[in-house]
Design a protein around this ligand. Structure first.
Ligand code: ADP
Ligand code: MG
Length: 220
């Protein structure tokens, strides 16, 4: 279970303070598929990063199961993130000089163990990328790149996948395919949180949470 209590995030810049999140409290049950909806600038990315153990809130707490993400030290937090959280970005963020299977295997390296190439190969097969395993990202279509990013997010068998506008650069068919794979992860018991300013993901959701100006406007 993910529990956010009174989370606020203020970015301090040379031009002044930006209040990206204010007093966000949210419970997400294990196995829920949440769509986080809101216009550009409403705080979706900030909220996802905070849940993903990548961005410390200015105040408030984020707990996943028994772990208080910002109460533990940075090493423990990194380990927690690698074990439990998969992240899919709008712009894919694949490493350009590594091929597809190497990009997926990279997720496993975070642990310092030897990641298994056969597991990565199986994942690529499931995502329809078997033929692309030895290609570089630049040789792939946007849909293929994002399916690679989903494979990378799945590789460590996380309990939660967070996706930040994962279909923002995809045509409708590829968007459906990516959301379908996230939905499959959800059916197998995983928790999914997808941020979006559109409506494509809503039909997959158990619950839609609406953000506006850094606050939850409506949930459920
Ligand atoms: P969304 O993902 O919904 O578009 P963001 O979380 O990216 O919203 O941004 C929320 C607000 O915080 C916006 O006003 C944005 O300009 C601001 N913001 C985001 N990141 C930073 C940053 N690193 N420094 C300063 N302001 C930021
Ligand atoms: Mg964003």
């Amino acid at each position: 279970m993910v529990v956010l209590k009174n989370v606020a995030k203020t970015y301090r810049t040379r031009r002044g303070e930006v209040h990206a999140l204010s007093d966000v409290s949210l419970h997400i049950e294990k196995g829920e598929f949440i769509v986080l909806c809101g216009p550009s600038g409403s705080g979706k990315t900030t909220l996802l990063m905070t849940i993903a153990a990548m961005l410390r809130p200015t105040s408030g707490s984020v707990c996943i199961d028994e772990s208080d993400l910002y109460g533990i030290n940075i090493r423990e937090r990194a380990k927690f993130r690698a074990r439990n959280i998969g992240f899919v970005f709008q712009m894919f963020h694949l490493v350009p000089y590594l091929n597809i299977i190497e990009n997926v295997l990279l997720a496993g390296r975070v642990f310092g163990q030897n990641p298994r190439a056969d597991t990565a190969g199986d994942l690529l097969k499931q995502l329809g990328l078997a033929e692309r395993a030895f290609h570089k990202p630049a040789e792939l279509s946007a849909g293929e790149k994002q399916r690679t990013a989903v494979a990378r997010a799945l590789f460590n068998r996380p309990q939660i996948i967070l996706a930040d506008e994962p279909t923002g650069n995809l045509d409708p068919d590829n968007a459906d395919s990516v959301l379908g794979h996230l939905s499959e992860f959800h059916r197998s018991g995983g928790t999914v949180i997808v941020a979006t300013h559109g409506q494509t993901a809503e039909r997959f959701a158990d619950r839609v949470v609406y953000l506006r100006d850094g606050s939850i406007e409506k949930s459920g």
